[in-house]
Design a protein around this ligand. Structure first.
Ligand SMILES: Nc1nc2c(ncn2[C@@H]2O[C@H](COP(=O)(O)OP(=O)(O)OP(=O)(O)O)[C@@H](O)[C@H]2O)c(=O)[nH]1
Length: 597
């Protein structure tokens, strides 16, 4: 235990966490140079393409320190994006320390601040490291002041490094050994191992990543999962270096995997405690908070006969992604599909992309929405995650929307632009603090106004310099209305959106206009209307196709016609017939394309 250190790396996206992790693995890990692919910790395909860390991963490193002792250093990876703060706290609760990597040319960012607070709350030692010191614009002194001012931890001894050139890596390792407390726990106590992560492997079944807090676990031991009270035999256990290496036992302080022939992911719940069936621990370890979906959207197969395939694909994805929730949904317009809950827009994007890429699904996604609390006249309070499920106007007493506290951090020159953006999104400023060249502003904002595209807008108004994090605060009554879209008089349930009354006119009109651009001309006029209840608030018309345009298509040379047919075929995949009008997939997301006033 004296020679074990468990730690994570906290960093804002792009500040160099993966590069540093790679360096540490290269220096102390169990991989040959050939196996040392570029950035090994980011393992999923999409993750690699987007360059963001999503699932926590881990690596056991061996390091011979200057004091002559050999140490076991367990690096537990943490994701860096706002949507995944839940996984950050999971990784951190298995650690005694965390390296706070700050890009010395950029300084501190809001997400890093939030993750640091999570670490400090969990009693984790946070050690600042200044990265990218090889860059000419690196400014370590300013970065140190910012760490002290904004986060409030001592940065006098922050280690200057360059993960790119390898400068200072030895110092980082010494820092880990000397400043992070040794792993806590006792080998003699009854077994308690915390499940940090679990996933489904096609060959061995469920794999559990655990931090052994107390006791020793051996191969062939009979274990009990304390939440579900189920027992299993340990078939295999070991550590990740980051490739998997089998061991005979895992003892207190260590981080490793267990395969116990479990078939159902649901029985190996993340946050549960593993103990021995023969000598169970008196109580489980404190677990994790359950993840709450913040954003909901409908996913529908383009072809109705793909419904079962979509269900299977979602079932499989769920095995790897506990934060994904779904239940069957029926839409008049889109038929059978699923109502899915996500952590945020990035999570939704990733799920959609995986369904299309890994499972070859053609999907129609409806506009994402937050969850509203609706108070009915009869006093009943219902949670509504789907505009089409909104109780009838006559039954409504009050609609409450989720409000979040948003912390924004930016260089002074962007304060004006960012404040304007927040005010446009119905934000109310509650605080503003100057930290040298950086300014921290706190706003209370409706979650609905930030989940869709606020992050992108923030980045573009500040040229990428502003950063944010947000946390749910409370439900608050607001004048929210449902805007329905009608196509040739027929209400299309999947197109309904919830908006604040003050914006409803504008949004309704803008969506109708966007749809007019997206829906191609048909043989007849197509009327697109936006309505609140029976009140029509906007109308657009897609004019009927004139005959000569059609004639043109059928004339001319054969290759052109072929091309056109091919194009149509590709386009058709994404069309949905509503009444007698063909609506392309994009139209269901028209709300996302509406610009602010
Ligand atoms: N010049 C310089 N560039 C660096 C250094 N460390 C990392 N980078 C570069 O910074 C970029 C981001 O580095 P990553 O390691 O992918 O960042 P990350 O924090 O892991 O990002 P996420 O995985 O998205 O959270 C890459 O292009 C790296 O090559 C450094 O010390 N110096």
């Amino acid at each position: 235990m004296q020679h074990i250190r468990n730690f994570s790396i906290i960093a804002h996206i792009d500040h160099g966490k993966s590069t540093l992790a790679d360096r540490l693995i290269q220096r102390c890990g169990g991989l040959s140079d050939r196996e040392m692919d570029e950035q090994v910790l980011d393992s999923m395909d999409i993750e690699r393409e987007r360059g963001i860390t999503i699932k926590a991963q881990t690596a056991a490193l061996t390091y011979k320190a200057k004091d002559g002792n050999t140490y076991l250093l367990n690096l537990i990876d943490t994701p860096g994006h706002v949507d995944f703060s839940y996984e950050v706290s999971r990784s951190l609760s298995a650690c005694e320390g965390a390296l706070l990597v700050v890009d010395a040319s950029q300084g501190v960012e809001a997400q890093t601040v939030a993750n640091c607070y999570t670490a400090l709350d969990l009693g984790v030692e946070v050690l600042p490291v200044l990265n990218k010191m090889d860059l000419p614009q690196a400014d370590p002194e300013t970065a140190k002041t910012e760490i002290e001012d904004v986060i409030g931890i001592d940065a006098a001894d922050a280690v200057p490094i360059s993960a790119k050139t390898g400068m200072g890596i030895e110092d980082v390792l010494e820092l880990v050994v000397n400043k992070i407390p040794p792993a806590r726990g006792s080998r003699e106590a009854p077994l308690q191992a915390l499940i940090i992560d679990s996933w489904f492997d096609n060959y061995v079944g469920v794999v559990m990543l655990v931090r052994v807090v107390n006791g020793v676990l051996n191969r062939k031991d009979k274990i009990r999962l304390m939440a579900t009270n189920s027992t299993h035999m340990v078939e295999d256990l070991g550590v990740f270096t980051p490739k998997s290496v089998a061991r005979d036992s895992l003892s207190a302080g260590e981080v490793g995997y267990i395969n116990a022939g479990i078939k159902e992911l649901a029985s190996a719940k993340v946050g549960d405690t593993v103990t021995l069936a023969a000598q169970p621990a008196p109580a489980p370890l404190p677990g994790f908070k359950e993840v709450q979906s913040q954003v909901f959207a409908g996913l529908f197969p383009v072809e109705a006969n793909q419904y079962e395939a979509l269900r299977e694909a979602l079932d499989k994805l769920k095995l790897n992604d506990a934060a994904l929730n779904y239940e069957p949904e029926v839409s008049q317009a889109l038929g059978f599909g699923f109502r899915c809950g996500f952590l945020g827009m990035l999570h939704m994007d990733i799920v959609q992309e995986r369904l299309e890429r890994e499972f070859d699904m053609d999907l129609i996604t409806t506009a994402p929405t937050v969850v509203y609390e609706v108070v009915q006249r009869d006093g009943l309070v219902v949670r509504v995650d789907n505009p089409s499920k909104m109780p009838d106007l006559s039954k409504l007493q009050e609609i409450r929307e989720p409000i979040v506290t948003v912390n924004l951090l930016m260089p002074q020159e962007y304060v004006g632009a960012v404040m304007t953006l927040c005010q446009q999104r119905r934000g109310v400023q509650t605080n503003m603090v100057y930290h040298g060249r950086q300014v921290r502003i706190t706003f209370e904002m409706p979650m609905a106004e930030i989940v869709l595209d606020f992050f992108d807008k923030l980045k573009s108004t500040s040229r990428g310099y502003a950063s944010m994090d947000y946390a749910f605060k409370e439900y608050r009554a607001a004048d929210i209305v449902k805007v329905d879209m009608l196509i040739n008089g027929e209400k299309v349930d999947a197109l309904s959106i919830m908006v604040h009354r003050a914006n409803s006119q504008f949004r309704g009109r803008a969506v109708a206009q966007k749809m007019r651009e997206i829906i191609s001309r048909q043989m007849f006029d197509v009327a697109i209307q936006a309505a609140i209840g029976a009140n029509i608030i906007a109308r657009e018309t897609v004019k009927a196709l004139r005959k000569n345009v059609l004639a043109k298509c059928y004339g001319g040379d054969i290759s052109r016609k072929k091309k056109l047919l091919e194009k149509q075929k590709a386009g058709k995949k994404r069309m949905k017939q509503v009444g007698n009008v063909e609506i392309p997939q994009e139209a269901f997301l028209a709300i996302l394309q509406v610009e602010d006033k």
